[in-house]
Design a protein around this ligand. Structure first.
Ligand code: SF4
Length: 195
């Protein structure tokens, strides 16, 4: 890929993170496939499953791609740090934008959900038979659940969104090209999925 006028001289730094998501949005990003080879001289990954870095560099990155909504207090902490270290935060996919599938639990009180998952013999039967000494998880290291699964924008400012479940790979590519050329992202209709 030849340098585009206006392209920054240093690589565009990108971080990615998954909260209450299924990693399907990350997989779609990787579906850019061979076109990623054309971009690779112009981008550098910071925090992401590809690098296995757990925190964004304190100096920050140009773009942060966040997948998933927020289902527990740890998600909130992770998101706040991620937001603080990303110049442009992109909410990627239906879970980050609206809560998505995990938010289906939002109409049910947390105590009821926990009892159904861990104490209800019928539910345990579906998982392969009743458990002995069934009890609720007590480990203090487990982050408490939020009352409801929240979309990212309810906790931090979001600069851009990529809709879809997941967004198409080409939408990720267009996002990167727009950022490299320092222009607004304009996605054609066929790349704006809401399913
Ligand atoms: S939007 Fe869809 S693909 Fe992305 S994390 Fe949520 S469920 Fe998975």
């Amino acid at each position: 890929m030849s340098p585009t006028p206006g392209t920054p001289p240093r690589p565009l730094t990108i971080a990615t993170c998954s909260l209450a998501g299924c990693f399907g949005c990350h997989m779609s990003f990787l579906d850019i496939d061979e076109a990623l080879a054309d971009l690779i001289d112009h981008i550098a990954f910071d925090r992401s499953p590809l690098t296995d870095l757990k925190h964004v560099h304190p100096d920050g990155v140009d773009i942060g791609l966040i997948e998933g909504g927020l289902c527990n207090h740890e998600n909130v902490e992770v998101l706040r740090e991620f937001r603080a270290r990303c110049k442009v935060l992109v909410a990627v996919g239906a879970c980050a934008m609206y809560g998505g599938v995990p938010a289906l639990r939002n109409g049910i009180p947390v105590a009821e959900l926990m009892a159904e998952a861990y104490l209800n013999p019928a539910a345990q039967g579906k998982l392969g038979g009743p458990l002995h000494d069934a009890q609720l998880p007590q480990d203090p290291e487990l982050p408490p659940l939020l009352r409801a699964v929240l979309p990212v924008h309810e906790v931090v400012h979001v600069d851009l969104t990529l809709p879809g479940c997941p967004p198409p790979a080409e939408a990720f590519r267009q996002l990167i090209l727009a950022q490299l050329a320092q222009r607004d992202l304009v996605l054609p209709l066929h790349l704006r999925h809401f399913d």
